[in-house]
Every structure is written in C-alpha cells, then in structure tokens.
Design a protein around this ligand. Structure first.
Ligand code: AMP
Ligand code: ZN
Length: 115
C-alpha cells in the first residue's frame, strides 16, 4: 500500500467506494465521474503505479483483471455484452491516478477513436 495513493485508500476501506465486484487480487468500483451509463474501474489491490511498473510476478493479477472484465461483460445486464476496456498509461494518455486501473465503459454506443 502507498499511503499517498487514493486507490490504495479505497482498497484499505479508508475512503468509501461504490463496490461492484471483488476477487482475491482485484477490486471493481464505480467511477465517481462516469463517462457512460456503465463506468467501472477495475484495479489491482496491490499498488502498481502503471502498466509500466507491472513485473513478471504481477502477470497473474493482470490476467485476473481481464477475466473479471469478461465476467462483468457477461453478467451486468446494462452492458448487454458490449463494452470497452481502457488503461491509460502516462500523463499524455490521460492517466491521472497513479495506481493502475482499467476503465470498463459501456451501456451506450461507443465511438472510435477516443480523443
Ligand atoms: P485516469 O484519468 O485514467 O487516471 O482515471 C482516473 C479515474 O478515477 C477518473 O475517471 C476519476 O473519475 C476516477 N476517480 C478518482 N477518484 C475516485 C474515487 N474516489 N472514486 C471513484 N472514482 C474515482
Ligand atoms: Zn495505490
């Protein structure tokens, strides 16, 4: 845990979140500023600042995140089995919170390419 990290504080229960799903290594909660009818953040419970910091040891966690995304895609009715998963990495890509997170977005027609 990083004591300065807002998502670590959410994992630790020090800051509330609207929890959607949880596994041993992964937490899913609703984005506070949703960009679509469904906008979840899928995060590792472990503090990994960005995808660039993931190590070989973290490979199972990364796989768990993708598996959880697929599970949600099948089980959240609002998604209707259609969604986008995005992981912004670095400031030029729009990463603001330096605790790796996947945006799971859906519930409406999505356009491509993103900005
Ligand atoms: P990014 O720009 O990829 O770093 O995304 C960070 C996301 O975290 C943004 O979409 C924010 O709306 C979201 N966010 C920030 N703080 C919270 C919070 N306390 N609870 C839920 N979502 C948050
Ligand atoms: Zn963190």
């Amino acid at each position: 845990m990083s004591s300065e990290c807002i998502f670590c504080k959410i994992v630790a229960g020090l800051i509330p979140c609207d929890k959607v799903h949880e596994t041993a290594n992964v937490l899913v909660f609703k984005d506070i500023s949703p960009a679509a009818p469904v906008h979840y953040l899928i995060i590792p419970k472990k503090h990994i600042p960005s995808l660039l910091d993931a190590t070989q040891e973290d490979q199972a966690i990364l796989a768990e995140i993708l598996f959880v995304a697929g599970h949600l895609g099948k089980t959240v009715p609002e998604l209707n089995r259609n969604f986008r998963l995005a992981v912004s990495t670095g400031p030029d890509a729009g990463q603001v919170v330096m605790h790796m997170h996947y945006h799971l977005i859906g519930g409406r027609k999505l356009t491509w390419p993103p900005g």
